[in-house]
Design a protein around this ligand. Structure first.
Ligand SMILES: [Zn+2]
Length: 412
């Protein structure tokens, strides 16, 4: 007998969507979920990590295996709500779709995990093992929530991890690293009729951008990449079943490290010599071109500007390493078996270019760690206008998680 009817499942998701946790206010989601869990005699702790921001940790069971299940509570901005078909913070059902900000990324996944946890507890379906729910703040920005959990030992004894991010018809077992850099150039303002009196901050920074990208590309060209094989999931990146050559080219491109200049700001008005300019970069790293090498490239190019009169300074705003597991384990095998059975479709298993909380949570785990990112919703709907999750997929994932967790605990 299920505790949650389909109406109850919808109503839980509706409540979560109604809480505006746009890059903040996760504490309200955490407190809400704590109450839900407490009603079913599951102990839960709200851990404040910043003003209005909190993680939630809940646990029951004893001994091994310790299975971690995780999701984040923050959502990205709705943009202009007037551009949405429905109010982004009112869960709206149409056909099989549930619309609302965060439905796909990832309040449906989070709700499915919480419901699965309660169903397992109430049915006493976990005869051995421990289930630990790790719910985070700030996944979409600085990942302060997952960073806190790892640094404070919540991952130390975790033996397997399921993250319920939306993955469509894919199970992810690895992701690239992500880094953000900011380079600031200082100059001296002056009237643009007398530029020699000032010092233009934009000019050296433009040179820097070109120089750092060029240096990166030349090292990148010489590097042999093999740690990220996108071939098994190539269809998810625009490849097609019959196009062997095209798929090979695409996989070759995807396995490489990437560096992009994403923002450039400078100057304050049209007739002044700019006294400040800033350039931002996002990098995606892999094993053969890792975070340290990427940082070295920036430092190396920066050093070349010493003594030139340019005043450039570097800040690193994000530093998440690549995470790789082999997928050769019971958790990944069961995810594919149970997922294909319940969803009635083939599932691809492989890496992704996107980053999740795994980048923090799995830092100290090796490639043999049991890990999947597997959840309801299409990645293509995440962060978009009219974000939605399929109602059927949401319901299916409750069943998938229940079976996956209980079978894994039995089989371990
Ligand atoms: Zn997400």
């Amino acid at each position: 007998m299920s505790i949650f009817s389909n109406e109850d499942k919808i109503s839980l998701l509706k409540d979560l969507v109604a809480i505006k946790s746009v890059n903040g206010n996760e504490i309200e989601v955490a407190t809400y979920l704590k109450d839900v869990l407490n009603k079913h005699q599951i102990e839960a702790e709200v851990i404040e990590v910043d003003e209005g921001r909190a993680n939630l940790v809940a646990e029951f069971g004893s001994s091994s295996p310790l299975i971690g299940i995780s999701g984040h509570m923050d959502v990205v901005s709705e943009g202009d709500a007037a551009d949405w078909k429905y109010d982004p913070f009112v869960l709206t059902e149409e056909d099989d779709k549930l619309y609302g900000r965060g439905t796909a990324d990832m309040k449906a996944g989070l709700a499915a995990l919480v419901i699965a946890m309660i169903e397992i507890k109430e049915a006493e379906a976990l005869p051995q093992g421990t289930l630990r729910l790790l719910v985070t703040a700030g996944e979409e920005s600085t990942q302060l929530g997952s960073k806190y959990l790892r640094e404070n030992g919540y991952m130390d004894d975790v033996e397997a991890m399921i993250i319920a991010e939306p993955t469509g018809d894919v199970i992810n077992i690895a992701n690239k690293g992500s880094m953000n850099f900011k380079v600031t150039s200082r100059g001296k303002s002056a009237h643009s009729s007398m530029p020699k009196v000032g010092k233009n901050a934009i000019e050296p920074l433009m040179g820097f951008v070109e120089h750092v990208i060029g240096t990166f590309e030349s090292v990148n060209q010489e590097t042999d990449f093999s740690s990220f094989d996108f071939t098994p999931v190539i269809e998810n990146f625009g490849g097609s079943k019959d196009d062997t050559e095209g798929n090979k080219d695409l996989a070759d491109l995807l396995k490489r490290a990437v560096l992009t200049n994403t923002l450039f700001n400078g100057g304050s008005q049209i007739n002044s010599v700019p006294d400040k300019a800033e350039a931002y970069f996002n990098a995606r790293t892999v094993t053969e071109f890792d975070n340290e090498q990427m940082r070295d490239i920036f430092n190396q190019v920066l050093a070349e500007y010493e003594g030139t009169g340019a005043e450039l300074s570097l800040e690193m705003l994000l530093d998440l390493p690549p995470i790789i597991t082999t997928g050769d384990n019971l958790l990944a095998t069961l995810s594919k078996e149970i997922g294909e059975d319940k969803l009635g479709t083939d599932l691809l298993v492989g890496p992704t270019t996107g980053v999740t909380d795994a980048s923090n949570l799995l830092i100290d785990k090796g490639e043999d760690f049991h890990f999947v990112v597997f959840g309801p919703g299409q990645t293509s709907s995440a962060h978009q206008l009219d974000e939605y999750v399929s109602k059927e997929a949401y319901f299916n994932f409750v069943d998938i998680y229940i079976e996956l967790i209980t079978k894994y605990a039995e089989g371990k």
